[in-house]
Design a protein around this ligand. Structure first.
Ligand SMILES: Cc1cc2nc3c(=O)[nH]c(=O)nc-3n(C[C@H](O)[C@H](O)[C@H](O)COP(=O)(O)OP(=O)(O)OC[C@H]3O[C@@H](n4cnc5c(N)ncnc54)[C@H](O)[C@@H]3O)c2cc1C
Length: 390
């Protein structure tokens, strides 16, 4: 039974939201409530979710939202994608959302840089949920300073040979198509190229990693030992891979900010439901001023974030690239999620400390939002530069 929704959180009432946006929101919500939420606890405890879910998500068009129709996608604008990300996050199981969405960080560079026959071979199948995509940038030696990566690709007859390792890769175990960043030139950002590697390539080994949160998502270390990649599987120009990956960052940060917001909303709604029922000292929790003020304080952090993200999505739709604002929004979303998960868990008392609720998962999962997709400090530095502080 889905938790009742707080009318104040209804995005559909905000200016600029069209009927088309509301249809996207309703479709994603129906999918989350029908196909994900009933299994959330079981999948999280199992540390995995069925591969079948990709196909189901592909069938209803969820995996293809925002991608061109010619590759099997359903074009929607950034506002539509924002609403979709928030609805997915409100499901309150970040591991499933991260796994289902692992293609979103790898497909944009493929769209922008792969050869047409490679695009046709890879993109429709991922958007239909028949195959799974992953992006492999981060290495054991570090992820923040991407330009220093050391995995190497050497020219060999007919293509390239990749040797090195990658770390923390979402869908790394199950992925059929892995977009790998490797050094083909000199030091720094100008020596990096991208390659599409098959999941079953000879010389590729994958090891699962256990995590504090996102249990249902597969996260892996990848080892490349002279993995052969045919020439036509280079994505973009030689030594121009860094730029392609950078172009993806705005969208990734918007998705993570929306994820933090959506899970913060879910925490507040579950805590409110509890506070309306639970009684202490002769009255319902909500009747204790300290508790209802705690809830109101969370709501007054959430409402401005809704308006800010909507405005940022509208700016992206207008062709702007508000990279500094998006870096701050990503950080803000992560803090919002952390604070709302913590306060909501407190309202549930001992019950909040038990496993198997949206609040408990958010409390564990929030840390990854401060690290993945650019650590908090790196985002602050980016914002300082973009907003003209330096
Ligand atoms: C669950 C999970 C899933 C992930 N999925 C993927 C994926 O699919 N593909 C992929 O390529 N990567 C993925 N990552 C990697 C992620 O992007 C990196 O963890 C992140 O970029 C940080 O890199 P790092 O962990 O190597 O930390 P480091 O770069 O070693 O940094 C460590 C810490 O140092 C601090 N720091 C770093 N630089 C600065 C600075 N300039 N100023 C001040 N402080 C700084 C920050 O606090 C940072 O957390 C994932 C990570 C996690 C945890």
């Amino acid at each position: 039974m889905p938790a009742p929704r707080l009318p104040a959180f209804d995005f559909g009432r905000l200016p600029g939201i069209t009927d088309e946006h509301r249809q996207v929101q309703d479709a994603v919500r129906a999918f989350v409530e029908g196909e994900i939420q009933p299994h959330a606890d079981a999948w999280d405890e199992a540390g995995s979710f069925p591969r079948e879910l990709y196909r189901k998500a592909g069938d209803v068009g969820l995996l293809g939202l925002g991608y061109p129709a010619e590759y099997g996608g359903t074009p929607v604008d950034h506002v539509g994608r924002l609403l979709s990300s928030i609805e997915l996050a409100r499901g309150g199981i970040g591991g499933v959302t991260a796994g289902l969405g692992s293609h979103t960080i790898m497909l944009w560079p493929v769209l922008a840089g792969a050869r047409e026959h490679v695009r046709q071979a890879v993109i429709p199948s991922i958007l239909a949920g028949h195959t799974i995509g992953a992006l492999a940038i981060t290495e054991p030696s570090g992820g923040s300073d991407v330009a220093q990566l050391t995995t190497r690709a050497e020219r060999v007859p007919g293509g390239w040979s990749i040797t090195g390792s990658k770390m923390f890769i979402t869908s790394g175990i199950r992925a059929d198509h892995i977009l790998v960043a490797a050094r083909t030139g000199g030091p720094g950002a100008g020596g990096v190229s991208l390659f599409l590697v098959d999941g079953d390539a000879k010389g590729l080994a994958r090891t699962p990693l256990k995590k504090i949160g996102w249990w249902a998502s597969d996260t892996a270390a990848l080892y490349f030992d002279q993995v052969f990649v045919p020439e036509d599987r280079m994505v973009g120009e030689e030594n121009a891979g860094f730029r392609l990956v950078m172009q993806n960052f705005n969208g990734e940060r918007m998705t993570m900010a929306a994820g933090g917001l959506g899970q913060a909303m879910a925490c507040v709604e579950d805590a409110l439901e509890w506070a309306r029922e639970r009684r202490t000292f002769g009255q319902r929790l909500i009747e204790h001023q300290a508790i209802r003020h705690k809830l109101v304080r969370m709501i007054d952090e959430i409402l401005p974030m809704q308006a800010w993200l909507l405005q940022l999505a509208q700016r992206l739709d207008a062709g702007e690239s508000p990279a500094g604002d998006l870096a701050l929004a990503k950080n803000h979303g992560a803090r919002l999620m952390r604070d709302c998960a913590d306060q909501s868990l407190q309202i549930l008392g001992g019950a909040g400390f038990l496993r198997g609720s949206r609040i408990e998962r958010a409390w564990r999962d929030c840390k990854v939002y401060m690290i993945g997709g650019g650590a908090e400090e790196v985002m602050n530095d980016l914002a300082a530069r973009q907003l003209g502080l330096l």
